[in-house]
Design a protein around this ligand. Structure first.
Ligand SMILES: NC(=O)c1ccc[n+]([C@@H]2O[C@H](COP(=O)([O-])OP(=O)(O)OC[C@H]3O[C@@H](n4cnc5c(N)ncnc54)[C@H](OP(=O)(O)O)[C@@H]3O)[C@@H](O)[C@H]2O)c1
Length: 266
């Protein structure tokens, strides 16, 4: 770009509703960084790397459904993303495409306000559950995955993560229950049987839902059962903050984090 402005984007399909541009642009303003972050609809995941390089992006975030393609096409994958096999951040480092997963550390940062979490029941076995389960495992927090269908459990078995389908589940006591299914996102479903949830809520202290911006039926039931609850806003914020640090090569302070939070909320 003519004025040396650096260009960033969110790649996905759809991207129309993404709040990443408003969050990152608020961050650029906060630190007087000469950057612009836009939405870029990508239909073919195999094109992610070519478009990234052809359009001279300095960095991008990648969202549904391209995270696995982005992982496969990167020149170098760093950190936990190597195990997760999905990435949400690309950086152009001297012409090389470097990839990270900031969803996993973003989740850990988001649950920091929950104290003394030693065991987690994680509902769901999709892309988000993969990132969260490995982040917890790396932090020495015991994690058990529970999913509606058996077919998605292979990944967790390969990584020695205790996992069950609804049919085979044997409940124990957990400090934190996490909903990483899409139940509650566009509907009013619970992520699993109500009785099962009420049973694990009896001994749990906290409930976290990856869905953000609403009290899902899962969080409502947890609150009714006197658990401390949190939605996915901080997870979204912190995955963005960590990507922003890679984009701008800066360390985010509280002031910047709050500016990005304000940007996110519009
Ligand atoms: N806050 C954030 O920053 C953030 C980041 C990433 C994702 N998310 C949210 O996390 C959720 C999951 O995303 P994802 O990318 O992991 O999705 P995904 O890969 O499509 O996986 C969806 C999972 O939800 C389960 N599921 C779907 N509908 C269900 C229902 N009615 N009852 C029970 N289980 C159901 C699926 O089970 P089956 O295997 O049986 O189909 C699967 O395990 C979404 O709501 C997404 O918006 C939030």
């Amino acid at each position: 770009m003519s004025d040396n402005k650096e260009l960033f984007a969110i790649f996905g399909n759809p991207v129309e509703h993404s709040k990443s541009p408003q969050m990152h642009n608020a961050g650029f303003d906060n630190i007087n960084f000469n950057g612009e972050y836009i939405k870029h609809l990508i239909e073919d995941g195999n094109e992610v790397k070519n478009i990234f390089l052809d359009k001279h992006y300095k960095g991008v975030n990648i969202t549904v459904p391209h995270k696995e393609y982005a992982y496969k096409n990167a020149d170098e994958v760093r950190g936990l993303a190597q195990k997760i096999k999905a990435v949400n951040t690309y950086i152009n480092e001297n012409g090389k495409v470097i990839a990270y997963n900031t969803d996993a550390p973003g989740f850990l940062k988001a649950i920091e306000s929950f104290k003394d979490v030693k065991s987690v029941l994680l509902l769901g076995a999709g892309g988000t559950a993969k990132a969260i389960s490995l982040a917890l495992q790396e932090s020495d927090i015991a994690v058990t995955v529970l999913n509606r269908s058996e077919s998605k459990l292979d990944f967790f078995k390969e990584h020695d993560i205790e996992c069950y389908s609804w049919d085979t589940f044997k409940p124990k006591e957990y400090d934190l229950i996490v909903n990483s299914t899409s139940a509650g996102l566009k509907d009013e479903y619970l992520p699993c049987d109500k009785e099962l949830l009420e049973n694990v809520f009896k001994t749990a202290k906290y409930a976290f839902d990856c869905v953000y911006g609403k009290i899902t039926p899962f969080l409502a039931l947890a609150k009714e059962n006197n658990l401390e609850i949190k939605d996915g806003e901080d997870m979204l914020l912190y995955q963005g903050v960590l990507a922003f640090e890679y984009f701008t090569n800066t360390k985010a302070d509280e002031n910047l984090v709050e500016a990005m939070r304000k940007g996110l909320k519009g």
